[in-house]
Design a protein around this ligand. Structure first.
Ligand code: URA
Length: 260
């Protein structure tokens, strides 16, 4: 492992853990964790293609999105320029009144990787870019550890484009109003894989209340696109031992993309 990569893993809190947990796979290794198995670290298994379950109508995908609704239908026909302008001027929920600016998303608009978080925090609200605070720095380190970086084959955005006041949780109405923006971003990017980070991204994309722990380690789909569930970087900052699990998720995602 290069010194640089070791530094990234160290920053993710995986330095010593990584060395102790010999059975966790590095992305370059061909072993594939069988899908549908518990998330606990397992010995290396022979490489095989990930099995992507068929979409479950009504569950996977934006079940809360009313496509008969004119506004949603209009958004779903937009090009990038219209979509960006629409988000900028959006007043569909109350959040635009209290945030500084909208945070549309950042990165390669033809990326293979689409990373979805929850909503802008204070720093994102001030700078207009997602994941630029402490959680964002951790996310950048995690990406670097698998040789990725924002903007380069990676697109990062949030479920909500406006910061909820005081970083409170998104309300279902706000998620519903903002979902067409996210769906259109997805349609325009056409990623190979979505990484849903945290409870709200998972709820919005998979329409499920199930825990992150129960959803990790297998492939889901959103609008037909393979989706992997992982912890939110802000959660990882508060729950250091779970960084190792997030690392497993990233390795799983990398193997999945390589096998597609
Ligand atoms: N948390 C998120 O979910 N998104 C951000 O952009 C920043 C923090």
């Amino acid at each position: 492992m290069s010194e640089r990569r070791e530094r990234y893993l160290e920053e993710m809190g995986l330095g010593p853990v990584w060395k102790l947990r010999r059975r966790v796979q590095e992305p370059e290794e061909p072993a594939e964790r069988p899908i549908e198995t518990p998330v606990a670290v397992k010995p290396a298994a022979p490489a095989r293609k990930p099995q992507i379950p068929a979409p479950v109508p009504g569950l996977v995908g934006s079940a809360k999105l009313d496509l008969a609704d004119d506004r949603a239908a209009r958004i779903l026909r937009m090009d990038w320029a219209d979509l960006k302008a629409t988000v900028k001027g959006c007043q569909a929920c109350g959040l635009r009144k209290t945030c500084t600016q909208t945070v549309f998303g950042v990165g390669d608009e033809q990326a293979d990787w689409l990373l979805v978080g929850e909503a802008p925090g204070a720093e994102e609200d001030a700078r207009g870019e997602p994941f630029v605070g402490q959680a964002g720095r951790l996310l950048d380190s995690m990406l670097a550890a698998i040789n990725l970086k924002r903007g380069d084959n990676v697109y990062i955005c949030n479920v909500l484009k406006c910061r909820p006041p005081g970083n409170r949780n998104p309300e279902p109405f706000e998620v519903g109003q903002c979902s067409p923006h996210l769906l259109r971003q997805l349609e325009l990017i056409k990623p190979k894989l979505i990484l849903a980070m945290g409870r709200f991204a998972v709820q919005a994309l998979l329409s499920t209340e199930a825990s992150i722990a129960s959803l990790r380690g297998r492939l889901h789909r959103y609008q037909g696109v393979p989706l992997i569930v992982t912890y939110h970087p802000a959660y990882l900052l508060r729950n250091l031992p779970d960084k190792a699990k997030a690392w497993e998720d990233l390795c799983f995602a990398r193997r999945t993309i390589a096998a597609l």
